[in-house]
Design a protein around this ligand. Structure first.
Ligand code: NAP
Ligand code: MG
Length: 402
């Protein structure tokens, strides 16, 4: 059998713990036997990030900028405990945060669905994709605890020396609390652009919700900047047969619970944080949630939404059999391959990605799955595959389809 040739390189970022073990298996059993692909490899394991003073993360992000498509294994974001465990020089920042910063990207999370795993919400028939604006707002705020009577003001001092703006927040007669937050037009615009790119690429309707009836400046500004960007893409949206809807956030939430899915829900930072967890648990398992980082200029980085599955890794180190779900990591690879195929205009590569995905779905729908899914399927199962056993079964099915 001749291998399918992938025209241009894919940036591959290796990671940590159980997902690193899975990563090697996926490459060995599902990628290398079938594809001739130039992988630009970056080892983002925490040890190697430490050895390179985290420069390897920056290099990987620059490579995604150059080649346009990347695929990333889950990585450890070290805290004090991890610094000791892995004898690190320091608690290096989150690689995802670093890459997101360099690409100025937005993260989209999309659940993988099968016929035998029913979402908690009956009406959900197709994936609900969440795009979260991951900049500013509550996550970069200033807060203050008021302990005595006094006046709280918001002040803006223009850099050009013109008059400052003063706004009285509250004349406190007793204790209370204050919060100040901000965002920038540049970041909101990037967010809107990434959502537009993603909606066009997936051909799904785009929803954006805020509370502009109450917050007539802050929330309304989001709505205005977002809408101004959308207006530039009217023709593309028409051509793709998709629409943009702005709605009040409460209306969006109410409608989501009755909707059949198949939409991209663009969320402000805090809404995205909260609702992405609601959507994830509503669709089933973290092991079935994919994630893609999209930059405003159309660079794509695919990964699983879950972490390195630390507990399973410690079992693996003890020599015990594990049953870790590799589906989201496999779909990270297929996402990257399909996008590569789309950008290079190589339908055979896109078709290969489809075949891998259908092999995975076919396995699960025929009762072959890892332990985390056994209680979610209808009817529940008692048998399950090991980590490697599941990937072997997918490979077996994949061979049959080629
Ligand atoms: P996690 O890897 O997301 O796993 C938490 C728990 O969820 C697991 O112990 C397991 O539950 C279940 N789970 C998650 N993914 C699964 C899968 N594929 N198959 C089966 N079960 C799965 O979070 P963590 O173990 O708390 O975090 C480990 C490391 O991941 C941390 O150092 C964190 O920094 C990092 N992290 C990285 C990313 C990323 O790179 N994108 C994202 C999040 C976290 P049971 O133990 O009950 O089986
Ligand atoms: Mg959250």
């Amino acid at each position: 059998m001749s291998k399918i040739k992938v025209a241009k390189p894919i940036v591959e970022m290796d990671g940590d713990e159980m997902t690193r073990i899975i990563w090697a298996m996926i490459k060995e059993k599902l990628i290398k036997p079938f594809l001739e692909v130039d992988l630009k490899y970056f080892d983002l394991s925490v040890k190697h990030r430490d050895e390179t003073d985290d420069n390897v993360t920056v290099d990987a992000a620059e490579a995604i900028k150059e080649y346009g498509v990347g695929v990333k294994c889950a990585t450890i974001t070290p805290d004090a405990e991890r610094v000791t465990e892995y004898k690190l020089k320091k608690a290096w920042p989150s690689p995802n945060g670093t890459i997101r910063g360099i690409l100025d990207g937005t993260v989209f999370r999309k659940p993988i669905m099968t016929k035998n795993i029913l979402p908690a919400v009956r009406s959900w028939k197709k994936p609900i994709i969440i795009g979260r604006h991951a900049y500013g707002d509550l996550y970069k705020c200033q807060e203050y605890i008021v302990t005595k009577p006094g006046k709280a003001e918001m002040v803006f001092i223009p850099a050009d020396g013109s008059g400052a703006a003063h706004l009285v927040l509250k004349d406190f007669t007793g204790p209370g609390v204050i919060l100040g937050m901000y965002n920038t037009d540049k970041s909101i615009r990037s967010f809107a652009k990434a959502c537009i790119n993603y909606a066009l690429s997936e051909k799904v309707n785009l929803w954006f919700g805020a509370k502009d009836t109450i917050s007539k400046k802050y929330h309304a500004h989001f709505k205005d900047v977002f809408s101004a960007e959308i207006a530039k893409y009217k023709e593309e949206f028409d051509k793709a047969g998709i629409i943009y809807r702005y709605m009040l956030i409460d209306d969006a939430v109410a409608q989501i619970m009755k909707h059949e899915g198949g939409i991209l829900w663009a969320c402000r930072n805090y809404d995205g944080d909260v609702f992405s967890d609601m959507i994830a648990s509503g669709f089933g398992s973290l092991g079935m949630m994919t994630s893609v980082l999209v930059s405003p200029d159309g660079k794509f980085e695919y990964e699983a939404a879950h972490g390195t599955v630390r507990r399973h890794y410690y079992e693996h180190l003890k020599g015990n059999k594990t049953s870790t779900n590799s589906v989201a990591s496999i779909f990270a690879w297929t996402g990257a391959l399909r996008k590569r195929g789309e950008l290079d205009d190589t339908p055979e590569v896109m078709k290969f990605a489809d075949r891998v995905e259908s092999s995975v779905i076919a396995c699960i729908e025929s009762g072959i799955m890892t332990k985390d899914l056994t209680s979610l399927v209808t009817p529940p199962l008692s048998n399950y595959e090991t980590t490697e056993g599941f990937i072997d079964q997918v490979a077996k099915r994949l061979e049959k389809t080629l």
